[in-house]
Design a protein around this ligand. Structure first.
Ligand SMILES: [Zn+2]
Length: 273
């Protein structure tokens, strides 16, 4: 019976108030094929491109794929098994950054390196940004979403949101279908409702911004008679005319009732972090 892989490392990614657990099992730079794996990975050759992705190691997009669900032994899952198949040279030269199955995520490539997944070789096509040229293999992070599963799709959308935030990508402009690069019907399960998928990614990103912007109040103790709501608004919120916000936060306190030693809640100043 095949031995189940152990991840090198487990990492946690946070997006939109949710967390994603990633099993990292990065194909070593020195790993060589034990047999002929593909026309471009013959016996003894490297098992991955070993080349820098996108612009000097920064991904310029994401390519989403779907692949078939598979039956696996107890105690493991399809994302682990696809990773194992990659290591064992049983994926015909396909190497992706992530396999996702339900909430199981396995990472096989670093995010600063290329994979082989888009069937577009080393070519680039016109992108959606002005003047942009983009290659699936050359420039994008590959996610293989396993099976026609709602859970898999949700996790994939969260991963896309995390990557968009991490690399400053726009879901509408920078997430691609495998189809865009090679006309393969992939991701076959997501393509029929692609617009909804992109909206889900945008939703996770928006939720993230809101989670990050939860105001954090501070407490200020009045020091002198010159501390007025106006002066505190000027000092902490950058504008004296915002004194009402301090008043509101303190139960519509009467400006005349301030006194030395009194604690006032001060709203978080936007954009202060
Ligand atoms: Zn594909």
């Amino acid at each position: 019976m095949a031995t189940i892989l152990q991840p090198d490392k487990k990492i946690t990614l946070a997006i939109g108030g949710m967390t994603l657990e990633v099993n990292q099992k990065i194909i070593p730079d020195g790993l060589r094929a034990a047999k002929d794996v593909a026309s471009y990975v013959l016996k003894g050759q490297p098992m991955k491109p070993r080349a820098s992705i996108g612009a000097a190691g920064k991904p310029l997009g994401i390519t989403v794929h779907n692949t078939e669900d598979i039956k696996v032994a107890a105690g493991t899952n399809a994302a682990e098994q696809y990773t194992r198949a990659t290591y064992n040279g049983n994926m015909r030269g396909v190497v992706v950054h992530y396999y996702v199955w339900k909430n199981e995520i396995w990472q096989n490539l670093r995010l600063d390196e290329r994979g082989w997944h888009a069937a577009d070789g080393k070519t680039r096509r016109a992108g959606r940004r002005p003047g942009q040229k983009i290659g699936g293999n050359l420039d994008t992070v590959a996610i293989e979403a396993i099976g026609p599963s709602k859970d898999t799709e949700d996790t994939t959308a969260q991963m896309c949101a995390w990557l968009c935030r991490e690399f400053n990508l726009d879901p509408a402009l920078d997430i691609w279908q495998h189809y865009d690069f090679s006309r393969k019907n992939c991701p076959a399960y997501i393509r029929p409702h692609w617009g909804r998928f992109i909206e889900a990614v945008q939703g996770h990103l928006t939720a993230n911004v809101q989670a990050d912007e939860q105001p954090v109040e501070t407490i200020y103790t009045i020091q002198s008679d010159s501390d007025t709501l106006w002066s505190l608004a000027q000092r902490f919120l950058g504008n004296g005319s915002r004194w009402m916000e301090i008043s509101t936060l303190n139960g519509n306190i009467d400006p005349k009732k301030l006194h030395i030693g009194m604690d006032l809640k001060i709203p978080a100043s936007e954009g202060s972090e």
